[in-house]
Design a protein around this ligand. Structure first.
Ligand code: ZN
Ligand code: ZN
Length: 190
């Protein structure tokens, strides 16, 4: 991909995101000052599909959208990311702070935006052998049996036991009850 192509994609991302933001503001009565909202595209971000920064001194929110996510997602999915970041921008502009608390949740639900900034490229689970001299690891995107019941399976290289890590949170388990415990401890963050 040449720089020229990359520029065109970034321009397209920003144009579509801005149009979508305008629709959301008009149709959902989202009280956002679009003139105090800036947009950027990140060519480097690998995990987050989007982010929102707040400059308290200038009182300007900046939504950063990830080029890789735009290339990977269909528009419906990517538009939901834009709405998620718009909720952050709304919180920053109105309250000077933003998180994923009840106020965020309520607004995100009204806009049909996902509650969490989903990471998109990383596998959700990492399997790692526990034997000292074995380097075996594997990744899984879904909670398949080797993820939910690692005590019933063995390392793919040495036959030893392995642990499973939930990549987003870093929580690990080695048994099916450990999986259940990690899952319920994380709740909404799962
Ligand atoms: Zn978020
Ligand atoms: Zn092993």
């Amino acid at each position: 991909m040449t720089d020229g192509d990359a520029l065109t994609i970034d321009d397209e991302i920003l144009a579509r995101a801005r149009i979508h933001a305008r629709e959301v503001v008009d149709e959902q009565d989202l009280e956002i000052d679009l003139s105090a909202l800036e947009w950027e595209v990140s060519a480097r971000a690998k995990r987050r599909a989007g982010a929102c920064r707040w400059n308290a001194r200038r009182e300007v929110a900046t939504i950063v959208l990830t080029r890789r996510a735009y290339e990977r997602y269909d528009w419906t999915e990517f538009a939901a990311v834009v709405r998620h970041e718009l909720v952050h921008a709304w919180e920053f502009q109105r309250f000077g702070e933003s998180g994923h608390g009840p106020r965020f949740h309520e607004k995100a639900a009204a806009l049909e935006a996902p509650r969490h900034c989903r990471s998109f490229a990383e596998p959700r689970y990492v399997l790692r052998c526990l034997e000292a001299d074995c380097e075996w690891t594997a990744t899984r995107h879904r909670a398949s049996k080797p993820v939910t019941a690692p005590d019933r399976y063995r390392c793919g290289a040495c036959g030893g036991s392995y642990e499973v890590e939930h990549a987003d949170s870093g929580r690990t388990w080695t048994t099916s009850s450990g999986y259940g415990g990690a899952k319920s401890a994380l709740g909404e963050e799962w």
